[in-house]
Design a protein around this ligand. Structure first.
Ligand SMILES: C[S@@+](CC[C@H](N)C(=O)[O-])C[C@H]1O[C@@H](n2cnc3c(N)ncnc32)[C@H](O)[C@@H]1O
Length: 268
């Protein structure tokens, strides 16, 4: 059975609109099935991962991100999607019944609860609280301004409410389809370099890091409390070269900031 799954979160830099273009650059070894493993170390909403899982025969998947809320959500979907659907459906039903003012109150209540609970959450070990937290994360993502995930220096989610008349908050079928793919996926919270241990010559790795801002005003690198500045870009370059030496197949997206500043060739 072909499973069609799409991202369950809106995510800055999500690649959902670029899949056709990305497909043109995929290694031919994916098509002739000599690649058996896929790694995506900056998983975000996982648009490319879910597309590949649907379109190519790949045996195993490894997904990583430094954002612990995001990784907790993937692991919850993997472990108990049905319970999650019950929680999320309940949030959706409560929300959609309210008028505009009450919706606002409800949104900010959930956001405060989400931030308040953070200290108490064990991000390492799966437990029942993960289900409520993931439901709240999806709820906030579906109802907040622009579907942005942004946290302040303390790690508090601080995006204001968005304006949607009838947002689809709980897409049960999609969550179940993702859960199925996640059954053959290892999910890891950490730095992109942690994936080195899984890379070999039968592996395809797609890197989609926070882009280097092309101008001082187009800066969105705050997916988490960790920033991704120039030293991270250089660390990524060195890591990319290292994995290339292991004969893994590699693909990377980034901006081309030398357009603005010709001296920026040091990243090449
Ligand atoms: C451009 S987004 C990826 C978007 C993804 N391709 C999609 O379709 O949604 C970059 C991701 O890198 C993650 N990230 C930032 N620094 C990282 C690091 N040092 N190691 C691993 N992931 C990191 C961010 O949390 C964010 O989810």
């Amino acid at each position: 059975m072909i499973i069609t799954a799409k991202p369950f979160l809106k995510w800055a830099g999500g690649k959902g609109q670029l899949l056709e273009q990305i497909d043109n650059f995929l290694p031919k070894e994916l098509k002739n099935r000599t690649i058996t493993r896929y790694i995506e170390p900056f998983i975000g909403s996982g648009a490319v991962f879910l597309y590949l899982a649907k379109s190519y025969k790949i045996e195993e998947f490894f997904i990583l991100d430094v954002n612990e809320e995001l990784i907790l959500a993937y692991k919850t979907i993997q472990k108990n999607v049905e319970k999650l659907i019950v929680f999320l459906d309940d949030l959706q039903n409560q929300y959609l019944l309210l008028d505009e003012d009450k919706r606002k109150e409800f949104y900010y209540q959930i956001r405060s609860h989400f931030n308040f609970q953070r200290e108490k959450i064990d991000f390492e070990k799966y437990n029942r609280e993960w289900i409520e937290r993931t439901a709240q994360l999806i709820f906030l993502n579906r109802t907040c301004f622009n579907g942005l995930f942004r946290v302040n220096n303390q790690g508090d989610f601080n995006v204001p409410m968005g304006k949607y008349k009838n947002p689809l908050i709980c897409n049960s079928e999609n969550l179940r389809a993702i859960a199925q793919i996640l059954q053959r996926t290892q999910i890891h919270c950490g730095d992109f370099t942690d994936c080195e241990q899984w890379a070999n010559d039968k592996t395809f790795i797609y890197f989609d890091p926070p882009y280097r801002p092309i101008s001082k005003t187009s800066d969105f690198t705050s997916y988490s409390k960790y920033n991704f500045g120039d030293s991270e870009q250089l660390r990524l370059r060195d890591f990319f070269n290292r994995l290339n030496d292991k004969n893994a197949k590699l693909m990377l997206s980034n901006s081309d900031p030398k357009n603005e500043d010709p001296m920026m060739i040091f990243l090449k």
